[in-house]
Design a protein around this ligand. Structure first.
Ligand code: SF4
Ligand code: SF4
Length: 173
């Protein structure tokens, strides 16, 4: 069965959202977007998840769909390949705009719980993913320092960025 799309009323739009995004130097190219779709055509995430579309997100920002953009789980799906930037005839740099949107979403309380958990893990262990015993042994064989030595340094970096203060959104995936 086809998914029923939720209609957005014009009264729900935030006319200041586009200006808020454009206030970030990394997002200044947004105004040059003419919705050609070349970014989406080259996006590997769009190929697998058709609902994720750089072109659509750029348009939603221009329309003031703040809640829909910042609460979208898709903005966290980006594979950071930068194909959207390579393909854009207008030099829009959608990847940079997406990072601005993710920062706004995190600050606004829309960060996915998994992302917040991963940050906690970095604070506690100094690495993003749980270590497997085989890695630890391999590091010993290669005379590499134990990763634990970097916990304090990683914690300091995380605290400097402020991402340890980010709260997960309710019901996030
Ligand atoms: S390729 Fe560039 S101009 Fe075309 S829709 Fe994407 S961001 Fe806009
Ligand atoms: S950087 Fe992200 S949005 Fe851009 S093409 Fe790659 S996956 Fe898609």
């Amino acid at each position: 069965m086809d998914e029923v799309k939720k209609m957005v009323s014009t009264s729900e739009l935030d006319p200041g959202f586009k200006s808020d995004v454009l206030a970030h130097p990394d997002a200044r190219g947004l105004n040059a977007c003419f919705s050609c779709g070349a970014c989406s055509a080259g996006c590997p995430i769009h190929e697998v998840f058709p609902d994720y579309s750089p072109k659509k997100l750029a348009k939603m920002v221009r329309l003031g769909m703040k809640k829909e953009v910042l609460n979208s789980p898709y903005i966290w799906y980006c594979a950071t390949c930068c194909n959207c930037v390579e393909h854009c005839p207008q030099n829009v740099k959608f990847f940079d705009i997406l990072n601005v949107l993710k920062n706004m979403a995190a600050k606004g309380g829309y960060a996915p719980a998994a992302w917040v958990e991963q940050t906690k893990h970095v604070m506690e262990t100094g690495i993003v993913f749980a270590q497997e015993d085989s890695w630890v042994k391999k590091r010993e064989v290669l005379s590499l320092r134990p990763l634990k030595e970097y916990v304090d340094k990683m914690r300091k970096i995380v605290e400097k960025t402020g991402i340890d203060k980010i709260k997960p959104r309710v019901n996030s995936k």
